[in-house]
Ligand binder design. Structure first.
Ligand code: 6R9
Length: 665
């Protein structure tokens, strides 16, 4: 997004806010007040949750940047999400509504399951019992999950938390190679998967992917298989593979497993995410701080009420799935929806029919999805009654004002709180957003609004000094917040280097560019580093490059992001071939498939260009910035460190040739 084209001055107040105060200054005062003493501020919110034991200290900042929240406190996430909800009278309230994919000709699901809080509590206890007593799962061990969105998975994750183990969920769209890397890093002894899953009318064979991955993972002792589609031809390794239903057969219906008393700063999960190197980082999250942060943001940002129906379209494989499609909704006792399948199958109104069927009040999705629906047109929406929607937020990438206006009109009927919520895998919770459940400020098309109370986020220059309104800078966070990452798993040095070392003063560096407007609203512009957001999925250019250079034909590769009207951006690769290999359309195809197989479909380059050399600095670093400038037909900027100017011409040549080829078609 270009900062010059942003509608800084366009203020929108939805009609249903008319009886409430909408006041930017009032919100700012509240936020400033919270920042005077963040410990006191967050402790007050933490008081709303039950603790097995209260904290001795709200924040331990004695060893920055290794911050610890609610030190000395004891708690358990499964207890907070389930037992505490039962205590509040939610025993018979539906927690999870689940729809499977096979959908009939009328567009109705053929399989729906509704689990009450009691159902989920019971299933969680039974799985916890099985994990503990049959598989000897120990406190602190990491179980890897490679699963579709099915209710069993929700219960499994809660059971893992209940007995004090941790989870590492790997997105089911990742390849066996990517899965293997993550299992190895986590040293998992147990992997949980399903035989398969439905997507767009096809069965994806997940267990086959796990079999392939586990070949490289000596730590894996057991693979638990949930029978989702009932494949009868999957490979079974005797002694290693166990079927979930068989494991559970003799587990009593009503066992109770005491939730483990966990320290607030014990690990709840790790989630791998992409950075600027080829190796994904295991982001470690705690329990107590995360629970407090989620609880607060559910209330402020989603303005949750007891009769809400909450529909977040994010997959559990990403942080949005963890925070706001499992733990957040459960902590606040909501009814939430999971679905299996795809948004546009069997027709582009799968989501709209879900909203209508259950009377969804809170909707959370991605800008890419919105732009895809813009292409399908409004008629698919008009077929359905979406009048129940009160909140409709987006996440994952900047939303362009045009896409925001479109959904505000067509989904929200111009009367919802509609915010672009900024946060990251690392932040654990939403950091910048409108807070309709707390205080109202006018909406603006495409903005992220303001940092929430208790969060000191700002836009700064290279020195770490605040940028004046209208001046682009780096998005940073000055002080610790509950929900923040504890570290990078097994790599504390990388944690310090990646997030806390960019500026001469200690600031958390997000990796994003942003700009503030005259009212103090923040507009995140996109990544400042070599990380891409492809359709909202986070992927590092270095990961794609490292996959490419493992192909026998490839000597060197440089990957950059290119703007895309639907996906936000897509990877584009420039490849130098080894001697003996020649450029050809077949090789382009082969390399695309290669990347798909080594990482997953989200990483596949949209375009591949063959060049004889890449622009590099004298010290040999690839100058992706110059490649990007050629792609976008922008000025090259500073080229003083470039080793060989002809290399830029070479990139231009390859790109121009390709464009001509397209024009000639
Ligand atoms: C939650 C999530 C984090 C990166 C982040 C930024 C981008 C997320 C955004 C947004 C603009 C928003 N991002 N939300 N950019 N507006 N509302 O997406 O986590 O996958 O770790 O990605 O996503 O670039 O730095 P994650």
């Amino acid at each position: 997004m270009s900062e010059t084209a942003l509608p800084f001055n366009e203020k929108i107040i939805p009609p249903s806010w008319r009886d409430r105060t909408v006041d930017i200054e009032e919100f700012k005062r509240l936020r400033e007040e919270s920042l005077k003493n963040i410990e006191e501020f967050w402790a007050k919110i933490a008081e709303e949750l039950p603790w097995f034991k209260k904290w001795d200290k709200v924040l331990d900042a004695s060893n920055p940047p290794f911050y610890k929240w609610f030190v000395g406190a004891e708690t358990n996430m499964s207890y907070l999400c389930l037992d505490w909800q039962l205590q509040q009278g939610r025993k018979n309230k539906v927690a999870l509504i689940w729809e499977g994919e096979p959908v009939n000709e009328k567009g109705e699901p053929t399989e729906v399951r509704k689990l009450t809080y009691y159902d989920l509590w019971r299933e969680t206890n039974r799985i916890a019992y099985m994990l503990k007593n049959k598989l000897g799962v120990r406190k602190g061990e990491i179980i890897t999950f490679y699963c579709p969105m099915i209710p069993e998975l929700a219960a499994f994750l809660l059971a893992t938390a209940r007995i004090g183990a941790a989870h590492s969920v790997v997105f089911s769209g990742f390849s066996s190679q990517a899965l293997a890397e993550r299992i190895k890093d986590a040293e998992s002894r147990i992997v949980v998967t399903a035989d398969g899953m439905y997507r767009r009318g096809k069965i994806l064979r997940l267990k086959d992917v796990v079999d392939e991955a586990v070949k490289q993972c000596p730590t894996v002792e057991k693979v638990i298989v949930i029978r989702r589609v009932g494949l009868d031809d999957i490979n079974v390794v005797k002694g290693r593979d166990l079927f979930f239903d068989e494991l559970m057969e003799d587990v009593p219906k009503n066992v109770y497993v005491e939730p483990e008393r966990m320290k607030s700063d014990d690990m709840l999960f790790i989630l791998y995410t992409s950075g600027t190197t080829g190796k994904p980082k295991g982001i470690v999250h705690d329990i107590g701080g995360y629970a407090v942060g989620l609880y607060a943001t559910m209330k402020w940002i989603f303005d949750v009420r007891d009769d809400d129906i909450f529909f977040n379209t994010a997959d559990i494989g990403w942080i949005t799935g963890h925070s706001y499609n499992l733990y957040g909704p459960l902590l606040t006792g909501l009814t939430f929806i999971w679905y299996e399948g795809a948004p546009d199958y069997p027709a582009p109104d799968r989501w709209w029919s879900i909203i209508e069927r259950y009377g969804v009040t809170i909707f959370y999705t991605s800008p890419t999805a919105i732009r895809m629906f813009m292409r399908y047109g409004e008629d698919w929406i008009k077929k359905h009654d979406l009048s129940t929607l009160r909140i409709a937020h987006t996440v994952g990438e900047p939303i362009n004002p045009e896409a925001w206006r479109w959904y505000f009109k067509n989904l929200c009927n111009e009367d919802c709180a509609a915010s672009s919520t900024w946060w990251m895998t690392e932040t654990g919770i939403i950091m910048i957003s409108h807070t309709p459940g707390l205080k109202l400020i006018p909406l603006k098309p495409g903005t992220n609004a303001m940092p929430i109370p208790g969060v000191d986020a700002d836009v700064v220059n290279e020195k770490g000094e605040p940028c004046p309104p209208g001046v682009k800078g780096y998005l940073v966070i000055r002080t610790p917040w509950p929900g923040m990452l504890l570290t990078i798993y097994k790599d504390p040095e990388r944690y310090i280097k990646t997030y806390w070392s960019k500026f001469p003063i200690l600031l958390y560096y997000s990796g994003d560019f942003a700009v503030k407007d005259q009212d103090g609203y923040i507009w995140v512009l996109g990544r400042a580093d070599e990380v891409l957001k492809v359709a909202g999925h986070r992927i590092g250019t270095a990961e794609i490059e490292s996959a490419l250079v493992q192909h026998p034909a490839v000597a060197e590769a440089a990957v950059v992001g290119k703007p895309d009207p639907v996906k936000g951006e897509v990877p584009v690769a420039f490849v130098v071939l080894r001697q003996g290999y020649n450029p050809s359309p077949d090789l382009v195809k082969e390399l695309k498939v290669w990347v798909r197989k080594s990482i997953g479909p989200v990483a596949e380059p949209a375009e591949i260009y063959f060049v004889t050399k890449l622009p590099k600095t004298r010290s040999g670093k690839i100058m992706r910035r110059l490649i990007k400038a050629v792609l976008l037909a922008q000025p090259l900027g500073d080229v003083s460190t470039l080793e060989d100017e002809a290399s830029v011409e070479e990139v231009k040549r390859a790109y121009e040739e390709f464009k001509k080829l397209l024009e000639g078609q």
